[in-house]
Design a protein around this ligand. Structure first.
Ligand SMILES: N[C@@H](CCC(=O)N[C@@H](CS)C(=O)NCC(=O)O)C(=O)O
Length: 258
């Protein structure tokens, strides 16, 4: 009788354990996906009834930080959804429908879906900065801002990206130190170009701070916060001090790098 009841208890526990395993596996495989799906649709729905711009992207992303920096400067009321790397989301079919690159950031604003961080910066400046303080109002000023924004993406970020990943996201025993040194030297060449410009103007595209200073300040933050040798550049330092006093920089670029 006792034996029978023990074996009944055992069977009950086994069924219970199996239940936990099944529920656990279900949650691991589908729960997170379901959560992402519901969150995604909730924010999409809210965006149809509220005019706030919606931004997908994680806080430690260089390209997302550019957009958030400007939102902070212009005090743009917005919603943000974590996406990218550990957060996932950016490879889901729903996200890929919006941004086929599967990268962050993506912006949704009143039916407009926009990717490419610099396109988003220009859009937000045109829409929320009526005086044109950040992008300019005449075509010459705007073209200079464009020039430096393009230069950042094509020329200045690639070596900094290698340095940043190598020093911050790769274990020390797996680092390619030769590649890191080559990127450090390339970065010095880039920064000398900035130093020369900043010896003539207060900011990179002229006498006023502009959109073009935002990505470069985020790059400079990375440059000054990795353990490398840096030549002294007085104009760059003066400009960097000015940039680090801005609200956008203080809010989105003062955390430790990750
Ligand atoms: N040219 C794009 C590049 C976007 C990009 O490379 N984003 C990175 C983050 S900085 C990304 O999405 N990485 C994949 C991930 O976070 O999962 C832009 O300027 O928006």
């Amino acid at each position: 009788m006792r034996l029978k009841s023990d074996s009944l208890t055992l069977n009950g526990s086994a069924v219970g354990a199996l239940g936990y395993v099944l529920i656990g596996s279900f949650w691991t495989f589908f729960g997170r996906w379901l959560f992402v799906y519901l969150e995604f649709n909730f924010f999409q729905f809210m965006n149809t009834i509220s005019p706030k711009p919606l931004i997908w992207g994680r806080l430690n992303s260089f390209n997302v930080q550019k957009v958030l920096f400007l939102c902070e400067e212009l005090q743009i009321d917005h919603e943000r959804i974590d996406a990218g790397m550990a957060f996932g989301v950016n490879k889901t079919p729903e996200y890929l429908k919006m941004n086929p690159n599967g990268l962050v950031p993506t912006l949704k604003d009143q039916g407009l879906i926009l990717w490419e961080s610099h396109a988003i910066l220009r859009y937000l400046a045109r829409k929320f900065d009526a005086k044109g303080a950040w992008y300019g109002t005449d075509s010459q000023k705007m073209s200079l801002v464009d020039q430096w924004l393009d230069w950042t993406n094509t020329t200045s970020w690639p070596p900094m990206r290698t340095l940043f990943w190598g020093w911050i996201r790769v274990e020390h025993d797996k680092r390619n130190y030769e590649e890191l040194e080559a990127s450090r030297l390339q970065m010095i060449t880039m920064l000398e170009i900035m130093e020369a410009q900043l010896s003539q103007t207060a900011f990179i595209a002229g006498e006023q701070m502009s959109l073009a200073d935002i990505p470069l300040a985020l790059i400079a933050y990375r440059w000054f916060n990795i353990p490398i040798k840096r030549p002294v550049m007085n104009n760059l330092n003066r400009w960097y001090q000015a940039m680090s006093q801005t609200r956008g920089f203080k809010r989105y670029s003062s955390d430790s790098l990750s």
